[in-house]
Design a protein around this ligand. Structure first.
Ligand SMILES: CC(C)(COP(=O)(O)OP(=O)(O)OC[C@H]1O[C@@H](n2cnc3c(N)ncnc32)[C@H](O)[C@@H]1OP(=O)(O)O)[C@@H](O)C(=O)NCCC(=O)NCCS
Length: 187
């Protein structure tokens, strides 16, 4: 349960400074192939994420996560193929462990299943990224297995744990109240 009220809204270019405040930190990028970002890299990332909202068909849905009016995280739903999506997220370490990552994940699943009619949503994480694996478990995702050497990062090749959730599993967790008009990031 989030200790804060977390709101997701479509990312804007002005969010780049907030994004940079955590994307520039080594502990945030430890298991990622990107970062720590320079200011230019954070600006370029946010600019591309904003532009993606204008693409048709739209594949990337990137949201800024607000807590009390402050942007403290990012969530992305990426449409990978017909009815299949992937979620990713990052949170400022200042608020780690307070339910923000889980709230972002829930908002992304609601968008993907409740509004984009996806059938399956998956996510991956480095086996050492225990916080992220915990978030995926709390979202009700099922661990499917480990893909070997999926990315070359600073300390060598990393593996990826693969988790997924199907639309009917999500509806069972969220209950019948979710559907068109149910909880949804503002978009
Ligand atoms: C992964 C991440 C988004 C989690 O965000 P968060 O706001 O801390 O997430 P939550 O508070 O909702 O949940 C984190 C859970 O992981 C647990 N956790 C954190 N570190 C842990 C560790 N080393 N071992 C075990 N559990 C851990 C927390 O206790 C919490 O579980 P709980 O609610 O049962 O106590 C955040 O750590 C982050 O931004 N990491 C860097 C980017 C990243 O790795 N993104 C994911 C890409 S796969």
């Amino acid at each position: 349960m989030a200790r804060h009220s977390v709101t997701l809204r479509r990312i804007e270019f002005a969010d780049w400074r907030a994004v940079h405040s955590w994307a520039s930190l080594p502990q945030v990028c430890r298991f990622q192939s990107w970062g720590p970002n320079t200011e230019e890299e954070s600006r370029a990332f946010v600019a591309t994420a904003v532009e993606a909202w204008a693409h048709s068909p739209q594949r990337r849905f990137v949201y800024a996560a607000h807590v009390e009016g402050e942007v403290v995280g990012l969530g992305e739903l990426h449409i990978r193929s017909r009815h299949q999506g992937e979620i990713t997220y990052s949170v400022h370490p200042r608020v780690w462990g307070q339910g923000v990552g889980t709230a972002i994940g829930k908002g992304l699943l609601a968008r993907g299943f409740g509004h984009l009619e996806l059938h399956r949503i998956h996510a991956t994480c480095d086996p050492r990224n225990l916080g992220s694996a915990r978030v995926l478990g709390k979202l009700g995702m099922t661990w499917e297995g480990r893909h070997r050497h999926t990315a070359l990062i600073r300390d060598g090749w990393r593996d990826s744990e693969v988790f997924s959730i199907l639309e009917d599993e999500w509806r069972e967790i969220e209950g019948p109240r979710i559907g068109p008009g149910g909880p949804n990031p503002t978009a």
